[in-house]
Design a protein around this ligand. Structure first.
Ligand SMILES: CC(C)[C@H](C(=O)O)[C@@H](O)C(=O)O
Ligand code: SF4
Length: 416
């Protein structure tokens, strides 16, 4: 019987010819990523709990300070110092302030065919390049770091057959929110979301990352695309080569199949406090906002900043609204500078910030207060995600977020 791309990656990592859903395999990890959300805990366990502390292969480890950078309080500074010192002592690749971890990983490490564990739930983003990335807790990360191995219960795969093309003014962000709104926040629990079909081919690597990144918001173990010419082009532009270019077999077995016609997707918004609390954007038009956020590993790339800048050019951010623009990495930031996008945002009154998780994470910059309302391109809108428990987060595309920043209330780009 055939295998899906995800099954082939696991089989290769397990050193076997064939795996099927439900099997448990010991796997050799290609890479492990850990950020300032939990690395201090991993370091503490490594130092205090292990009898024979040891790192299997330091070259496979990447530490990234991105969530609270620059540090926002003495406690954060101390845990980041722990991470920094440990990376230095053990010769681990260390990034600080260079960008949100998943963006840094995509720009510098991820290769098709790899199995990557990250101590962050949105590690599933790496499927945009045909890698199997998944989030683990810091105990599993520690085990992987010490042994170079871990285990995988082979997940079932769900096929998302994408047809057609996204209309003008509608984005991959609207598509993934629509998919999650349709299947529900538990719609693919512990399954792989494989995006395929002619429509999938039309999407750029950045757009594929938007889809895979939010797979975990449907409960999925990962999201994945077959690597094609676009993936190879991206890799070559970043000076890397694939580990393996797997494709799903024609007789691969899927748990379920869905078809989404991209041409039918419209601007949508996820209302508080769940990602699948989805409505057409028109339905929340006019909801007053206090802050708008354009950034995150989901939607802070150059393509997203271009969309925002093209909408706000020559216009102003509404009075009393904070519009935070946070490029997902320094590479994105520098490109935005070159293209004049940063000038455009600043002239409009936006607050342009250093690359980090910002208010997507809600514990560093831009935290919102009691009863405040945020419209965001971040990944989550759970209660209190962006600050005070009474505050509210709406999720929308870069276009909807920017239009809302201009109007001071939720708006569509066409309303301007
Ligand atoms: C801090 C980190 C562990 C967390 C995650 O796992 O996703 C964060 O990035 C988030 O988006 O909530
Ligand atoms: S940008 Fe948001 S979703 Fe992405 S890693 Fe940071 S906190 Fe998590």
């Amino acid at each position: 019987m055939g295998m899906t791309i995800a099954e082939k990656i696991i089989a290769a990592a397990a050193g076997v010819d064939y795996v099927k859903p439900g099997d448990i395999h010991t796997v050799t990890l290609d890479r492990m990523m850990s950020n300032d959300g939990t690395t201090h805990l991993t370091v503490d366990m490594y130092r205090n709990k292990l009898k024979h502390p040891h790192i299997a292969d330091t070259k496979k480890m990447v530490f990234i300070v991105d969530h609270n950078v620059p540090s926002d309080c003495p406690k954060t500074a101390a845990s980041q110092k722990k991470m920094r010192d440990f990376a230095k002592e053990n010769n681990i690749d260390f990034w600080e302030g260079k960008g949100v971890c998943h963006q840094v990983m995509m720009e510098n490490y991820v290769c098709p065919g790899e199995l990557i564990f990250g101590a962050d739930s949105h590690t599933c983003s790496y499927g945009a390049l045909g890698a199997f990335g998944t989030g683990v807790g810091c105990t599993d990360l520690l085990y992987g770091m010490v042994t170079g191995k871990s285990w995988v219960l082979v997940p079932e795969t769900v096929k998302f057959n994408l047809v057609g093309k996204l209309p003008e003014g509608v984005y991959a962000r609207d598509l993934i929110l629509t998919i999650i709104g349709t299947i529900g926040a538990n719609g693919c629990n512990y399954q792989v979301m494989e995006f395929t079909g002619e429509g999938a081919k039309t999407l750029s690597i950045s757009e594929r990352m938007v889809l895979c990144n939010m797979a975990v918001e449907a409960g999925a173990k990962t999201g994945i695309f077959e690597p094609d010419e676009k993936a190879i082009e991206y890799l070559e532009a970043h000076g890397r080569k694939p580990k393996a270019l797997f494709k799903s077999d024609p007789d691969a077995v899927y748990a379920r199949e869905y078809t989404f016609d991209l041409s039918k997707i419209r601007p949508v918004v996820a209302k508080p406090d769940f990602v699948d609390n989805l409505v057409p954007a028109e339905e929340v038009r006019g909801v007053k906002i206090d802050e708008a956020f354009l950034g995150s590993c989901n939607n802070g790339r150059i393509e997203d900043l271009r969309v925002g800048a093209s909408i706000i050019k020559g216009k102003k951010v509404a009075e009393k609204v904070r519009f935070l623009v946070v490029p997902a990495s320094q590479t994105v930031y520098l490109q935005a500078l070159k293209e004049g996008l940063i000038d455009t945002f600043m002239e409009a009154g936006a607050i342009v910030m250093n690359p980090n998780c910002s208010v997507c994470w809600g514990s560093c910059q831009g935290v919102i207060g009691e009863n405040e309302v945020l419209i965001s391109t971040g990944t989550r809108n759970f209660k209190g995600r962006a600050g005070h428990p009474s505050s509210k987060v709406y999720l929308g595309s870069a276009a909807t977020v920017t239009a809302s920043a201009i109007k001071g209330e939720i708006a569509l780009a066409n309303d301007l």
